[in-house]
Design a protein around this ligand. Structure first.
Ligand code: ARG
Length: 589
């Protein structure tokens, strides 16, 4: 289906043309003054310059041409040359009826589909998932789902931090605790144990302890560096212990991400780039892209038009060690080979902006990635506490994701128990569903690049611009539908939405009809917050309609069926949108 705004623009374009003006001036936009009109066109103002005519005269010419159009109930020229439009009730009803029977509500798919890789999550193996990892998981998941909804071939990759110094630190930490383990015996040639020598909670203590020690103990730090290099060179015992770290850690990460409805297609990490590094570096040298600089190997990426200095991208350190940029570049080699992506989207902390600038420039300059491939860094801001400082636990430590989710779930649960609508086992299950919505919506409704304050009470409230409010709206519709079904036995399959008789009814239809417009904007701009704003408006429209309309006591069956059709569509659209945002609604709350 064509987007409603495009249909309106089409009518305007024809009218401009028939009136003797260029069709390109006929573009509609959603009205900034809903009290005056629903859509508007400002094209007469720029047209006035081209045709040396008063804008008002042009607007009046165009309005005349639209007189016969069945699409509008109001078309008027107002000073200084705007065209105000209201849609005919039949036209809006017709549009939402078409939406209701079209796949994906008539959304236009990407044709041909694009190949998209989304790099999000970015957890570091053996370090607990903390709040710093909440945003990439939540935002990346929503972006992935939206990309997929448009028909693209999308691969979501967690891109674990599994190859850096933290691995060497852990290996040395384990050695100090259990030096007798066969992994540390260079003469050992047998099979290594299949059981890991640590549990996840032990592992999570080993890393911070080792990290702290390396800062004070130069001998330990040197050992950890050496162990990292040895691991990266493929030492058999170290690889075996690394594999244990990975297994234990990834199992735990999967559980945590699953709790947030976050799923990855690929569980690759920095280590998977290793096989691509040697050839890539050799090619950089052979083709003259890489140069020696103070012992290191670098690719200069400064451009003459740059206003600020962009330091060269370091590929190898002077000791030959690879860096974060090296694995990111080699990962792009692998992604180009496996997916030939049209775009690669990185959802990573905005403080890594320079890193990605360097990596992207290097990738383009050296031809790792085709010139037309978009490399996009969605740099998100920090999640702060209410005090505006980075979010910490009550005792001041780094907040683990698990605990944060537990805390929200607890807050929500107290509320559920107070309301007393839900009892028994369902309480915990529903509290979890609502908590996930509170957390995710609280995050996603902000522009990703901005820092925001996490406010437990506000985010979990059922009133205001919150996840629970959206869920509450869906649950309310579900309950009306259940009552209606009870009243009349079954809900008819075909429910024709009738032309609206009241403004709230029309407003609900208008808001529904903007689904494709707003979702497309969220998709093109890669901004899930646009979709949040859409469902917040839609929920408001649903609730106003509900308050003003006697749905269940309507005596005209056709009208009543129309209402039911309308709220059914609203429910389906809301459910689709929250699924795209990565959460779901309970049956009751
Ligand atoms: N592990 C990294 C971190 O915690 C994030 C990885 C992001 N992805 C990437 N391709 N660099 O900062």
């Amino acid at each position: 289906m064509e987007k409603l705004i495009d249909l309106i623009s089409g009518q305007l374009a024809q009218a401009f043309e028939r009136a003797g003006y260029d069709a390109s001036y006929g573009r509609a936009s959603v009205s900034g003054r809903p009290d005056l009109c629903e859509y508007q066109c400002n094209g007469a103002l720029p047209a006035a310059k081209q045709y040396h005519k008063a804008p008002m005269a042009i607007a009046e010419d165009v309005v005349q041409q639209l007189a016969g159009s069945g699409m509008f109930s109001l078309v008027e020229a107002v000073k200084p040359g705007f065209i105000n439009l209201r849609l005919a009730p039949e036209a809006v009803a017709d549009y939402v009826n078409q939406m209701a029977v079209s796949e994906k509500f008539g959304l236009q798919q990407e044709n041909p589909p694009k190949s998209v890789v989304i790099d999000y999550g970015g957890a570091n193996v053996a370090k607990p998932l903390h709040v710093g990892h909440i945003r990439p998981a939540i935002i990346g998941e929503a972006i992935k789902r939206i990309e997929r909804y448009f028909g693209n071939q999308v691969v979501g990759d967690v891109h674990l931090g599994d190859w850096g110094l933290q691995m060497g630190l852990i290996i040395e930490g384990v050695r100090d605790k259990n030096p007798e383990l066969p992994y540390f015996d260079p003469d050992f040639t047998g099979e290594y144990p299949t059981e890991a020598p640590f549990t996840i909670s032990e592992l999570e203590k080993i890393y911070p302890a080792a990290s702290a020690r390396s800062k004070e103990d130069p001998e330990f730090s040197a050992r950890a560096h050496a162990a990292t290099v040895k691991l990266q060179q493929g030492d058999r015992g170290y690889m075996a212990i690394w594999q244990h770290i990975m297994n234990v850690s990834v199992a735990d990460l999967k559980k945590n991400y699953a709790n947030l409805n976050v799923e990855f297609d690929l569980w690759k990490g920095e280590s998977d780039a290793e096989p691509y590094i040697a050839d890539m570096v050799q090619r950089f040298r052979d083709e003259g892209y890489a140069v020696e600089s103070q012992g290191a190997l670098v690719v200069p990426v400064q451009l003459p038009e740059d206003k600020k200095e962009i330091p060269p991208c370091i590929i190898l350190k002077s000791d030959g060690a690879t860096l974060y940029a090296t694995t990111d570049l080699a990962t792009l080699v692998q992604r180009e080979q496996d997916y030939h992506p049209d775009r690669v989207i990185y959802v990573v902390d905005k403080r890594q902006g320079l890193h990605f600038e360097q990596v992207f420039r290097t990738a383009k300059k050296t031809g790792i990635i085709r010139p037309e491939t978009q490399l996009i860094h969605i740099g998100f801001g920090t999640m702060n506490g209410k005090d505006g400082k980075p979010f910490k636990t009550r005792s001041g430590g780094l907040m683990r994701l698990e605990y944060l989710l537990d805390e929200i779930t607890d807050t929500v649960k107290q509320r559920i128990l107070q309301n007393d609508v839900i009892t028994g086992d369902a309480v915990d299950e529903i509290a979890h569903i609502i908590a996930v919505a509170a957390l995710k919506y609280g995050d996603l409704s902000n522009l990703a690049t901005k820092d925001y304050a996490f406010d437990m009470d506000r985010f979990s409230a059922t009133e205001g611009n919150t996840g629970p409010y959206i869920l509450y709206t869906i649950v309310r519709i579900k309950s009306i539908l259940a009552k209606y079904a009870e009243q009349c036995g079954t809900i008819p399959a075909q429910l024709t939405i009738l032309p609206p008789q009241t403004q709230t009814e029309k407003d609900l239809m208008l808001q529904l009809s903007r689904f494709a417009d707003d979702l497309t904007q969220a998709y093109v701009d890669i901004q899930p917050n646009v979709l949040c704003a859409y469902i917040y408006e839609l929920s408001g429209a649903v609730n106003r309609f509900y308050h003003e309309t006697r749905i269940l006591s309507e005596s005209d069956p056709a009208r009543q069926q129309g209402y039911i059709g309308l709220i059914t569509l609203a429910k389906r659209v809301l459910e689709t949108c929250i699924d795209l945002l990565g959460f779901e609604a309970p049956e009751k709350m």
